[in-house]
Design a binder for this molecule. Structure first.
Ligand SMILES: Nc1ncnc2c1ncn2[C@@H]1O[C@H](COP(=O)(O)OP(=O)(O)OP(=O)(O)O)[C@@H](O)[C@H]1O
Ligand SMILES: [Mg+2]
Length: 349
């Protein structure tokens, strides 16, 4: 007999990112795409806002309110809040449908998570109301989202620059041949900009301003259009408001070192791959995704440094979530690349 509730049974793909959380609903596509942030009233311990609404409050809250970003460097640093965010998003998805039931979730995680950190992601997903959680390495999810033929015996290289991490992998036959996870991403670029502006202009700026500077002026290589932006902050010496004009070259100087570390890590991943696969990369090129891949000229920089074609995928911010969605829609097909705590191979003998 057909299950009368089967239409309410959902499978979802989750990208619980340091900067953004996305949920892919099987058969529908991306249904949630919001910052991984929550605003809490510290007097009552109550959540007052979540996602976009909470991010808008960042740096502007009164003393009794706090905006929490529960992931740091791709890892859950505040379990309760990470779980609360997922719970609220799932609730929002279900709306008033009390029969909604989340059966399976595939959730992306960085490559170098410890067993405990990975378990904490699974627990957060299950605690938020999903019956079974499978984890997938983010780089694999991104490669699926980029529609790379991950199951084929060819090198598929993906570089995902997120907020807290950069995941770099060469994937062949459903597995990572070489993989590297760096705790450097868009957040580090923002920190670099804050430090540069303080050192060079004796001006203190907050994270939202640094983010605006990065997006409006940031580039990985010198660009033709000379960009400028008037920014305001607090003078380091007088403590009073001050405005300075920032140029694109300032931002390049600020983020150069972090960018270099990403380039070097990508080179290392290629160097460690077997020569046959390195040959594939020449022919097939490299794909980039994640919010950091939107930095002007980063594909050109990578292409020059890695001596192959580098392409930023369409819609790079949703790539990992779409990949997690593809995996959950084809659980049996991708079973061999997913990890679950219930699987025998995870049982330590
Ligand atoms: N146009 C842009 N130029 C440069 N950086 C950008 C741009 N748009 C977004 N970003 C950066 O991309 C980052 C967010 O990317 P993304 O959503 O892929 O990260 P995430 O998946 O949440 O983080 P992670 O994968 O590290 O856990 C932020 O640091 C943001 O500042
Ligand atoms: Mg990400």
């Amino acid at each position: 007999m057909r299950n009368p509730f089967r239409f309410f049974r959902h499978n979802i793909g989750i990208d619980l990112g340091t900067a953004n959380t996305l949920i892919y609903l099987s058969g529908r596509g991306i249904v949630i795409n919001e910052p991984t942030a929550v605003a809490v009233n510290t007097k009552t311990n109550k959540v007052v806002a979540i996602g976009h609404e909470a991010k808008q409050m960042l740096g502007r809250t009164p003393q009794h309110m706090n905006v929490v970003k529960p992931l740091s460097g791709g890892v859950i640093s505040d379990f309760e809040m990470a779980q609360e965010i997922l719970r609220q998003f799932l609730k929002k998805l279900a709306k008033d449908n009390t029969f909604a039931y989340y059966q399976n979730a595939v959730v992306g995680v960085p490559a170098d998570l410890t067993e405990v950190e990975r378990k904490s992601v699974e627990d957060a997903v299950i605690g938020a109301g999903v019956s079974q959680a499978y984890v997938i390495e983010s780089a694999l999810a991104s490669a699926l989202g980029a529609r790379l033929p991950v199951g084929d015996p060819v090198a598929n290289m993906i570089i995902d620059i997120g907020g807290g991490t950069t995941e770099i992998a060469i994937i062949s036959m459903g597995g990572a041949v070489t993989i590297k996870s760096l705790k450097i991403g868009g957040d580090k670029f923002n920190e670099d900009i804050i430090k540069f502006v303080r050192d060079e202009f004796q001006l203190i700026i907050g994270e939202p301003t640094a983010e605006q500077i990065k997006i409006e002026l940031g580039s990985a290589i010198p660009i033709n259009d000379k960009l400028e932006l008037a920014i305001s902050g607090r003078d380091l010496l007088t403590g009073l408001p001050k405005e300075v004009i920032l140029k694109d070259m300032h931002v390049r100087a600020a983020i150069n070192k972090s960018l270099r570390q990403i380039v070097d890590a990508a080179k290392e991943v290629i160097e460690k791959a077997p020569p046959e696969l390195a040959g594939d990369l020449l022919r097939r090129g490299v794909s980039m995704c994640g919010g950091g891949s939107l930095l002007r000229g980063i594909d050109q920089l990578m292409s020059k440094e890695l001596a192959t074609t580098v392409t930023v995928v369409d819609d790079p911010l949703t790539c990992a979530a779409r990949g997690a969605g593809i995996a959950v829609e084809n659980l049996e097909k991708y079973d061999y690349i997913l990890n679950s705590p219930m699987r025998p191979r995870d049982i330590k003998l």
